[in-house]
Design a protein around this ligand. Sequence first.
Ligand code: 13P
Length: 288
Amino acid sequence: MALVSAKEMLQKARKEGYAVGQFNINNLEWTKAILTAAEESKSPVILGVSEGAARYMTGFDTVVGMVNGMLKNLNITVPVAIHLDHGSFEGAKKCIEAGFSSVMFDGSHFEIEENIQKTKEIVQYAHDLGISVEAEVGSIGGEEDGIVGGGEVADVNECKMIADLGVDMLAAGIGNIHGKYPENWAGLRLDVLKEIQDATGQMPLVLHGGTGIPGDMIKEAISLGVSKINVNTEIQLVFAEATRQYIEAGKDLQGKGFDPRKLLKPGYDAAIATVKEKMELFGSVNKA
Ligand code: 13P
């Protein structure tokens, strides 16, 4: 199946009360693991790509080429979108030109007027080509690939103004943080989430910082309108842990255990297992 925009998959999720996972990719192993997990779970999936990760993989064209190649060679039948994560204005345009099927323009660090103006331009540009758009209001705390946020809780009126531009999904800061949550984290502001959904109608809402949010809080957020949940750090942690165990057990020194295809296999398997667990929790299994 060819790449699709995230619009229809998220509207279906919103209507049926589950969330589609966005899992960030870094390299071939990540991409193959996430696509394999999605296909085996019969779940739609969104491959998130930060501008930093795209640079690491040599650029947007490589990402698009690799993903399209895998959709064909792995016979992927579930809906898959490639989505720019926390994109700049220029980055979003470049991704669209390179063949991404979805973009996030993160204008949350601008004043609201500038965020509105720039989001509006990206929406026009993307929608003409059938590409979906995510916008952000408030900010996600912590740091991801050089994008730093103070964790400001979104203003409901500003959410409505951005939603009214016709974006396909809206990320609103509700106390969520990229990376691990601190011990004293106060939890998600589900009261604000509810107000945002009430103000924006059926707009699919996006929950960033999916790593480390307790399962019952995730489920409650979905019931209040979250239709897309982003997970990045957790896959990195399980990949690193499985790789460390392999090396600490001296397996790289046995036979041809040093072969990268063997060395990276435990991390790859762990990534598949974690993505499948998340799809189960988000309710997207058998929804393709
Ligand atoms: P985590 O790294 O906390 O899972 O957050 C991912 C994310 O929100 C990507 O934008």
